[in-house]
Design a protein around this ligand. Structure first.
Ligand SMILES: Cc1cc2nc3c(=O)[nH]c(=O)nc-3n(C[C@H](O)[C@H](O)[C@H](O)COP(=O)(O)O)c2cc1C
Length: 331
């Protein structure tokens, strides 16, 4: 039986290095993913800015967007040198820009090419090479489409598959709508796991609570959380104790911010704006009295050029430290 695992989804504009370092304060074990980076950007772009990350982030996977096996091999090699723990290929993003580049979700229609991409990356690096896909696109039959893709990537040596359990519709829906409108089909992913007992499979899409995470783990090996992990990051405090049998690294959101302060200080000292770091922390304290004032303080003050650690502390000072349970009882 494979060890059960938990991952935080790759999310463009959201899971940048600061976000990942923050999530790491809440869970030592969750595997974290970068935003998607295209092979062109990795090979020709400002590599340090695009790929640089902190040691604290491990285990961290880089997600690549591309469909040229040679370019993907080269990009994987560069990412391996940067020290990433895993190379992931995006076969799920439906944006027009991505379709024009002939990668992302439209690759569900070209399983042989995806297999060639995986094989090229496997040959280039000794890291795990994984794929994140959908159950199909447009009018594809999801039984056939997902089986064919899986067969091709497994034959090429793919180490793990994460399946966003809905189709992508390549015409007429925005990427955001494509994360909500095509219906979820979790049983399809469970069937894939039954058919492929040896392949580690994670399920993704619309999962909102730890209770749901546990339910999915009865059927598959891993769960990937996206929007909920971002908007309600305190859920990550439950990951280490509930899924890995280890204590959470910090007791609560207050301790999380204290533990994160040295990282914030280090990056402010390098010239980073507080807002670029604190924008990922707005979801903390949700449900506590003062959470709204905390968010408002960060939204108005952290954008100022002189914002510093004290700005963050002043924001936190708005939040009630009383236990939410006690507050509920006295309400
Ligand atoms: C803002 C945003 C950006 C995303 N960017 C990516 C991306 O770069 N690569 C990718 O594979 N999926 C991306 N996704 C999709 C997520 O990884 C995930 O599959 C999707 O949000 C469904 O999971 P959830 O319901 O837990 O959020 C993005 C999602 C969001 C909300």
């Amino acid at each position: 039986m494979t060890q059960k695992f938990f991952t935080v989804a790759p999310m463009m504009d959201w899971t940048d290095r600061h976000c990942r370092a923050f999530h790491r304060v809440l869970s030592r074990r969750a595997r974290l993913y970068t935003e998607m980076v295209t092979t062109g950007a990795v090979i020709h772009g400002p590599q340090e800015r695009l790929l640089g990350f902190s040691d604290v982030e491990h285990p961290v996977a880089v997600q690549l967007g591309g469909s040229d096996p040679k370019d993907l091999a080269e990009a994987a090699r560069i990412c391996a040198e940067f020290g990433y723990d895993e190379i992931n290929l995006n076969v799920g993003c439906p944006s027009d820009r991505v379709q024009n580049g002939r990668f992302g979700a439209c690759l569900m229609q070209e399983p042989n090419l995806v297999g060639e991409c995986v094989a090229a990356m496997k040959a280039a690096v000794s890291l795990p090479v994984t794929v994140k896909c959908r159950i199909g696109v447009d009018d594809q039959d999801t039984e056939e489409a997902l089986n064919r893709l899986t067969n091709c990537v497994v034959a090429a040596g793919c180490d793990e598959l994460t399946v966003h359990a809905r189709k992508a519709w390549l015409q007429g829906l925005s990427p955001k709508e494509n994360r909500d409108i095509p219906p979820l089909d979790y049983p399809r992913v469970y069937r894939l796991k039954q058919a492929r007992p040896d392949l580690p499979i994670a399920i993704n899409g619309g999962i909102k609570t730890m209770a749901e995470v546990h339910e999915h783990l009865k059927h598959v090996d891993g769960v990937m959380l996206g929007r909920v992990a971002y908007h309600e990051p305190e859920i990550l405090l439950a990951v280490d104790p509930e899924l890995y049998g280890e204590a959470a690294p910090v007791a609560d959101a207050f301790e999380a911010i204290e533990a994160y302060e040295p990282y914030v200080a280090e990056h402010l000292a390098k010239g980073e704006r507080l807002h670029n770091i604190s924008r990922h922390m707005l979801g903390l304290f949700t449900g506590r009295p003062g959470a709204r004032a905390y968010r408002r303080h960060l939204a108005t003050e952290a954008v100022k050029p002189e914002a510093n650690l004290q700005t963050l502390r002043d924001a936190v000072a708005h939040v009630s430290r009383a236990e939410p349970m006690l507050l509920a009882a006295s309400a």
